[in-house]
Design a protein around this ligand. Structure first.
Ligand SMILES: C[S@@+](CC[C@H](N)C(=O)[O-])C[C@H]1O[C@@H](n2cnc3c(N)ncnc32)[C@H](O)[C@@H]1O
Length: 304
């Protein structure tokens, strides 16, 4: 073999099929993920788990699942590594104006009610509208909510204040969200008038969100499994879509019960349509708006 070939053999990146994982090992990884994040990885997603794990292990120089598992359990280094791995094991797919029906509910019902009945978003009102985008991934959802608010205020000549808290478990997704630079493919549904007002061209395929919009959103890391420990204020709107689907029923219910505690009376919780069918809460009533799944917090308890 020529010297050149010998050298390239060492330096070229090569695809390696992930090593085999036995049932016991698989159960250990699934349990770790579920315990720490609530995410329930079905056994049929084994190949996704193996590919994600082995890619990360190769980056670190590990060749045994068990050794890497032990590393993750060890102190500060393990905790830092866990943050990186969680990013690889979570799905961050998102896009602007992803659920038009849910956004129409906010625009046609939630915001008009809030501004007319409760006088919010009026110049003379000091109180802000507080919104939480839970499981915000790379930020498309939070920015869409901000655009909706801006659009509503512009069309109704209002100058009120709003703030959006956007949380996710993935630090990498959150730092992409903070940058606010998006590929045109993800922006297809943004109305042209709002593109002109709130985006500037970054390069041939990317746009940057205006500073004015970015200032309204605080992106912060939060594990939804531990909502009771979250230091958040009370919200007028909680928007949580395409997150609950990754959790087992009992975690979904636990998280939803916790979300209610962060809602002001008459505050609204919007989920993805069809994401949950069997959740009820004494203080919540269903909001009727076709093609959506939403609940409003009542002033008191629901009459039985
Ligand atoms: C498919 S994305 C949804 C993005 C956005 N909500 C949307 O509908 O376009 C799901 C997000 O949930 C986040 N996630 C999963 N488990 C979580 C947990 N335990 N705590 C917080 N976020 C979590 C993931 O990191 C991911 O960014």
């Amino acid at each position: 073999m020529a010297a050149e070939d010998q050298h390239s053999d060492k330096t070229l990146w090569r695809y390696h099929a992930p090593a085999k994982m036995d049932r016991v090992q698989l159960a250990m990884w699934i349990e770790l993920l579920e315990k720490r994040t609530g995410i329930c990885l079905a056994e049929n997603r084994k190949s996704f788990l193996l590919t994600s794990l082995s890619t990360r292990m190769r980056e670190l120089g590990y060749d045994s699942y068990d050794a890497y598992f032990q590393y993750l359990l060890k102190g500060r280094c393990g905790a830092i590594e866990w943050e990186i791995l969680v990013d690889r094991l979570t799905v961050h797919e998102s896009r602007f104006y992803r659920d038009p029906r849910a956004l129409a509910l906010i625009q046609d019902q939630f915001l008009p009610e809030l501004s007319s009945k409760r006088g919010r978003l009026k110049n003379e009102q000091q109180k802000s509208i507080d919104i939480w985008s839970l499981g915000c991934a790379t930020g498309e959802e939070a920015y869409s909510l901000a655009l909706l608010l801006e659009d509503f205020m512009l069309s109704n000549h209002l100058e009120g204040y709003y703030s959006i808290t956007a949380t996710d478990i993935s630090s990498a997704a959150l730092s992409a969200a903070r940058k606010g630079i998006f590929h045109i493919n993800r922006l297809k549904n943004v109305p042209a008038s709002l593109m002109d007002l709130f985006f500037s061209r970054e390069d041939e395929n990317h746009y940057r969100v205006a500073e004015k919009l970015r200032r309204r959103i605080c992106f912060t890391r939060l594990n939804s499994l531990y909502l009771s420990r979250a230091r958040l204020g009370m919200m007028d709107l909680i928007y949580c879509q395409n997150v609950l689907i990754y959790f087992k029923r009992r975690y979904r219910h636990m998280m939803l019960d916790q979300m209610v505690k962060y809602l002001r009376p008459e505050g609204v919780l919007i989920l993805g349509a069809g994401e949950i069918s069997d959740w009820k809460h004494m203080e919540m009533e269903a909001v009727s708006y076709s093609g959506t799944l939403a609940f409003k917090r009542m002033q008191g308890e629901r009459p039985s």
